[in-house]
Design a binder for this molecule. Structure first.
Ligand code: F6R
Length: 241
């Protein structure tokens, strides 16, 4: 595990984007893993800049996203598919049929999860996966639990998550109650992993992930067992290390 500390979110974005560029230069048909949330936005901006400068060609890559809400169509402005199209995919030359995001609106979430895991395996596994981290150490939608879930699966959102997300919807009833997420095994099987974190609210989770015990109470702590993981964090997120 390598931990690099930066001054600003922009510097983290540039560093993470450079790792994506290096990966695609090394292997033009790479399988790239992406995340949603606010932390990766500067990374996606930098990736788009590198693409516009002609540094990265995404024409041969395949992408997989970590998670998606259940019951939202991909055109819904709160769906993770919509987020990815707006913040990255519409601005680079990735083939639309090479974009994989779990289908949360198929009517059969269990089947969608199983198919997604199979699709990752069929693609040969993920070469480079970026992760954000929750204040409680969650990665993707894998919340603190009694065990590490292995494959892509459905999760019931906690009341606090539903409450926190209410502001993005017209009413609380519209907030999805379930989500579909890659499991800890799906993530750990990626060949390289970057975890990015900014701000003091993430400091305890970063400490627990890097220096704490490996425990499903802090899902990101499992990354200590991965042989190619790089944490890119700002000084506030690194404050307790
Ligand atoms: C998003 C995801 C989540 C976020 C995490 C941090 O696809 O998997 O685990 O990475 O909740 O979110 P932000 O970056 O908004 O702090």
């Amino acid at each position: 595990m390598v931990v690099k500390v930066y001054k600003t979110a922009e510097e983290i974005g540039k560093a993470a984007a450079a790792m994506y560029a290096a990966q695609v230069i090394k292997k033009p048909d790479s399988v790239l893993g992406f995340a949603t949330g606010s932390t990766p936005i500067p990374t996606y901006k930098s990736i788009i800049e590198l693409y516009n400068e002609g540094v990265i060609d995404f024409s041969q890559v395949t992408t997989f996203n970590l998670d998606e809400y259940s019951g939202l169509d991909g055109t819904h402005d709160q769906s993770y598919r919509y987020f990815m199209m707006q913040n990255l995919f519409n601005h680079i030359n990735v083939r639309k049929d090479a974009i994989n995001i779990i289908n949360g609106n198929s009517g059969d979430d269990e089947k969608a999860c199983k198919e997604y895991e199979e699709r990752i395996n069929k693609a040969g596994g993920i070469d480079l996966q970026i992760l954000g981290i929750g204040n409680n150490g969650h990665i993707a939608f894998n919340e603190p639990a009694d065990y590490f879930p292995n494959e892509t699966h459905t999760v019931k959102l906690t009341e606090s998550t539903i409450e926190a997300n209410k502001r993005f919807f017209n009413s609380a009833d519209e907030v999805p109650k379930y989500a579909l997420t890659m499991g800890i095994g799906s993530i750990m099987r990626a060949r390289s992993i970057i975890l990015i974190a900014t701000g003091s609210a993430k400091a305890q989770a970063i400490y627990d992930s890097v220096k704490g015990n490996i425990t499903p109470n802090c899902p990101a702590s499992v990354l200590q067992l991965h042989n190619d993981v790089t944490f890119l964090v700002d000084e506030a997120a690194a404050a307790k290390l």
